[in-house]
Ligand binder design. Structure first.
Ligand code: SAM
Length: 270
């Protein structure tokens, strides 16, 4: 008998979503058969991808903590994903409870979660918007109400820009935010690397062709160019599992270079 799925409103169960594939890799509960099929095809050739997803999330946690420790009190998290603990506002508020966060994602499942989870959290808002239209986000009333663009801002593009095709101008998205960011602001970015194992890239590309979960893997030189105008802080753009690891468990997460490589870095605006 065919599997019966509960499909949230606005969701086409025949189209994979990067939010739900990532949720499945992280061990969450919000995914459909089509997402599991994509992830399982990738895991067949790159079984360590679950650990890479986890390492990407741990990178995000460490980077947000670092920004909050530098005095950043406001964050825009572009491509938030389905909530996973700890979330950005929990990490930032553990350093300073005054931190404010705008979550932005175009996925309807992410929006449903945000509506429920953030309803009673002052200083944190979730909006459903497309990062490929940065002017809409920058002009959004919730963003204007929460973010003071005269003060340092943390803009997070973690696991986002590889879903933005070349013709959709990923550098233009970064530039639109950079132009509104005050000195002392930071860009936190991770990206799927062309230096990954060719089989892993080919498998993911085939499994997600012509869907929103399709990713473009860029090489190191191209990812570095996304930081134009920012000064990369140490250790620069490195595999996410190697960036400022401070915890024994994080350190031992991946004991060999993974087949699917995601690099991350943090840039500061002087
Ligand atoms: N940033 C989270 C993290 O790294 O843990 C989640 C990353 S998940 C791999 C990518 C997220 O980006 C998904 O939730 C997806 O819906 C979102 N996304 C992809 N393209 C987007 C776009 N053009 N606008 C807004 N969100 C987008």
């Amino acid at each position: 008998m065919a599997e019966l799925e509960r499909v949230p409103p606005g969701v086409d169960p025949t189209v994979p979503s990067s939010a739900r594939v990532y949720d499945y890799l992280l061990g969450g509960k919000d995914h459909l058969a089509i997402d599991r099929a994509v992830a399982d095809r990738l895991l067949a050739v790159a079984p360590d991808t679950r650990l890479v997803a986890r390492a990407n999330r741990l990178f995000l946690t460490r980077a947000v903590r670092h920004l909050a420790e530098q005095g950043v009190r406001q964050f825009i998290d572009l491509g938030t994903g389905i909530p996973t603990s700890p979330s950005v506002h929990e990490v930032a508020r553990a350093v300073n409870p005054a931190c404010r966060v705008i979550y932005v994602d175009y996925d309807p499942v992410v929006r449903l979660h945000a509506q429920v989870l953030l309803a009673d959290v002052p200083g944190v808002e979730g909006i459903q918007a497309d990062a490929r239209r940065p002017k809409d986000i920058l002009g959004d009333p919730y963003v204007g109400g929460l973010i003071d663009f005269e003060q340092p801002l943390g803009v997070l593009m973690v696991g986002l820009l590889h879903y933005v095709m070349d013709e959709e101008d990923p550098a233009g998205i970064v530039a639109a935010f950079r132009d509104r960011m005050a000195p002392g602001s930071h860009l936190v970015l991770t990206h799927g690397m062309a230096e990954s194992h060719p089989e892993a890239i080919a498998r993911l590309t085939t499994a997600t062709a012509n869907s929103p979960a399709q990713a473009v893997f860029r090489d190191r030189a191209r990812v570095l160019r996304l930081f134009d105008g920012f000064e990369l802080i140490g250790p620069g753009l490195v595999p996410v599992q190697d960036w400022r690891v401070d915890d024994e468990d994080d350190l031992n997460l991946l004991d060999a270079p993974p087949r699917l490589r995601i690099d991350g870095g943090v840039g500061v605006l002087r």
